[in-house]
Design a protein around this ligand. Sequence first.
Ligand SMILES: CCCC/C=C/CC(=O)SCCNC(=O)CCNC(=O)[C@H](O)C(C)(C)COP(=O)(O)OP(=O)(O)OC[C@H]1O[C@@H](n2cnc3c(N)ncnc32)[C@H](O)[C@@H]1OP(=O)(O)O
Length: 275
Amino acid sequence: MLRRYILLNTNKFVNCRHVSQSMLQSTVDEKSGIATVTMNKPPVNSLNLEFLDEINTQLNKLQKDKIRGMILTSGLQKVFCAGLDITEFYNPNPDRLAKFWTVLQDTWLSLYMASFPTVAVINGHSPAGGCLFAMSCDYRVMVGPKYTIGLNETKLGIVAPKWFQDTMVAVIGQRKAEVSLTTGKMYTTDEALQVGLIDESLPDADSALKKGTQFLNNFQRISPWAFKMTKDISRQPTVQWLIDNKQKDLDFVLKFMQSPDVQKSLGLYLQSLKK
Ligand SMILES: CCCC/C=C/CC(=O)SCCNC(=O)CCNC(=O)[C@H](O)C(C)(C)COP(=O)(O)OP(=O)(O)OC[C@H]1O[C@@H](n2cnc3c(N)ncnc32)[C@H](O)[C@@H]1OP(=O)(O)O
């Protein structure tokens, strides 16, 4: 089957059979209209400014192209996404930190409110921002049993912003989210399934991708307009706070992240990761 590969670094559609050298590969199945977007930024798909910008640009492009659905997955061996790139927060340049956080806000809004159905095929560990991205999709299929997922921010000595927390509440409910967030809980695949953080667990990536595609095929007979209106109504309460408070959220992050206590915690955490 002819697949359309998108070269993101030039931001142009190119019909060819080669995968681009970009950090993000995107293929669109021309028959079904389903895009597979694969994060491929070794070693752990950490989300820095440039990577987020690329993801956001691609989401907007797919929206314009009126694709019928999207699978978000990882091209790495055992990590879906390690979350935000901690080096963006450690001894930051304030201008870059502001840009980074603004692009993160925009990328989340693009993903959370995507006009097309989205599935996260979580084929590796998915802490913090990785979990946020997975939770922002409409359906989650995870490869089990050895990977983990959760919002672990408190374990780094930092605080998940309100919209991270609200996204989790929307998926697993207030009580479970509160315990999960305060303890920085990383769930095993089985635990995540039990608590409702993921929708399905499959033993390998191929079957997870098939499941994800099956979910998207449910929308073949659903009007894209009816889908989008329903999703907007359902998700509006979660996004509205950020839409109304982007600057306030940014100001908080700039102040919080540059405080000496937080810098100290981040430094220790980075050191522990290197060990
Ligand atoms: C108010 C603002 C709040 C902001 C909220 C923040 C949300 C976030 O997303 S913060 C990021 C939280 N992420 C994590 O805590 C994940 C940390 N990483 C891991 O747990 C593991 O790396 C992981 C399980 C994902 C993968 O394990 P391994 O495959 O064994 O890889 P390594 O641990 O050896 O890591 C390889 C390499 O990558 C560096 N790394 C890992 N994660 C990050 C990250 N999030 N940002 C930057 N760099 C990261 C790690 O240090 C290693 O580096 P080298 O030693 O230089 O190779």
